[in-house]
Ligand binder design. Structure first.
Ligand SMILES: Cc1cc2nc3c(=O)[nH]c(=O)nc-3n(C[C@H](O)[C@H](O)[C@H](O)COP(=O)(O)OP(=O)(O)OC[C@H]3O[C@@H](n4cnc5c(N)ncnc54)[C@H](O)[C@@H]3O)c2cc1C
Length: 381
């Protein structure tokens, strides 16, 4: 039976050649990223411990992940006079996939002779699509029911990891190829944006559990994108659980990222109009010849996609702590993760498929806080 663990030796064997290739190719992966911090023995790495108590919760929020069991749709089609390019249904990985999926959508649009487009949707997918079109010289008008700060994209945790994007049993070779291409392109694009301007940084992620940890699709098939993956032995980490996996990934601060994309869009001559479309015919009467459908969950009703379902996610926030320089996933009660951000320490979460209620549930907040309080109370600092 295949072992799902990552030993140091196995990880080096898997990635050694990929990393060497990146270095030879002059890839900027490590430039200024502080990699030396992660190279030193973990036993000497200091860990700040978050202070988790119910009375420190500053807000609870809910978002609905736009999930398609068969994975996100990127496809162009002719509808009457228009070419409509769909780019929606990215589930729990839309921030991660944004640049890559939008690059595939823009490639579809570029098959036409046109250079004027309407983008429907002002979340991460609409904004990255609009920016990539502008980079190619297109004139873009963005129509959206909600301003970026009120979208699902603004609720995202922001870890760079393509998770909960499809159901394993619905995976097809065609989607796998599209998914991998989008992931790789996106990773490349986000690396170039590391820094305060776009709210992107490299950070360690610790997956925690008392049962052996499964290996997600992206680590099995694209390990070279996640430096320093390693299963740690007891004594090598401070966490009070049996199984710990460390990897290094990127963290995107959604509000910083979306705000910057919007100002880049405007600076490049883009026009934003707040408008809700009630029916597909309204979209098809827009003056622009090409329509990029980046309406997230709204695409289901507009274009009759019955497979699109919400996966409800709830988050609780504590005041920010700049000393925290790692993420945790797991280790609490039920779904749990801790992401330190400049707007607060985010504690997640929940995955409730088919539930579209956006009101935060006090019992879920209580469960999330209790699980993290118990976890961090037993952590060695
Ligand atoms: C709790 C939670 C945590 C998450 N964590 C992460 C994470 O750590 N990493 C990650 O990569 N992803 C994460 N995600 C997933 C991510 O948020 C989504 O995949 C992503 O935001 C989808 O982006 P989008 O632009 O397609 O949709 P949205 O952000 O929902 O944008 C859709 C846009 O379309 C507009 N629209 C919809 N219908 C209409 C209409 N009829 N007329 C006009 N406009 C319309 C809306 O107003 C909006 O502007 C998380 C999501 C949640 C809820």
């Amino acid at each position: 039976m295949e072992s799902h663990g990552f030993s140091r030796r196995r990880w080096l064997a898997v990635t050694g050649s990929a990393l060497a290739g990146a270095a030879l190719g002059g890839c900027a992966t490590g430039a200024g990223a502080g990699w030396e911090r992660w190279a030193r023995p973990l036993s000497r790495r200091p860990f700040a411990v978050p202070r988790v108590t119910a009375d420190r919760v500053i807000r609870s929020i809910v978002g609905l992940r736009p999930f398609r069991p068969a994975g996100f749709l990127v496809r162009g089609e002719r509808m009457g006079e228009k070419v409509v390019v769909h780019n929606y249904g990215h589930g729990g990985g839309g921030v991660t996939l944004s640049w890559g999926s939008s690059a595939l959508a823009v490639r579809e649009a570029a098959r036409t002779e046109e250079r004027v487009a309407a983008v429907v949707g002002g979340g991460v997918m609409g904004l990255t699509t609009a920016r990539l079109l502008q980079d190619r010289g297109w004139r873009v008008t963005l129509y959206t029911k909600d301003l970026p700060r009120h979208t699902t994209s603004a609720v995202a945790g922001g870890q760079w990891a393509p998770t909960t994007v499809f159901d394993d049993e619905a995976l097809t070779p065609e989607f796998e190829a599209q998914f991998r291409e989008a992931v790789r392109r996106s990773h490349h694009a986000f690396q170039a944006l590391v820094g305060a301007g776009y709210g992107v940084r490299w950070i360690e992620n610790y997956s925690l559990g008392d049962a052996p940890l499964g290996v997600p699709y992206y680590l099995r098939h694209m390990p070279e994108l996640f430096p320093s993956v390693e299963d740690l032995r007891p004594g090598e980490h401070p966490f009070p659980v049996r199984h710990v996996r460390r990897m290094v990934t990127m963290m995107v601060e959604p509000m910083v990222f979306l705000t910057r994309l919007l100002s880049d869009f405007r600076e490049a001559g883009g026009v934003l109009e707040v408008r809700e479309f009630r029916h597909r015919s309204e979209v098809l009467s827009l003056p622009q010849p090409v329509v990029m459908n980046c309406a997230g969950l709204g695409a289901g009703a507009l274009f009759g996609d019955q497979t699109l379902v919400p996966i409800r996610g709830q988050l609780a926030f504590l005041p920010p702590d700049p000393a925290l320089d790692y993420l945790t996933v797991g280790g609490g009660t039920g779904v749990s993760y801790m992401f330190p951000r400049s707007d607060g320490i985010l504690l997640g979460g929940s995955f409730e498929r088919g539930v579209s209620n956006r009101r935060p549930d006090p019992e879920t907040t209580e469960r999330i806080v209790r699980g993290h309080r118990e976890l961090f109370a037993r952590m060695r600092s």
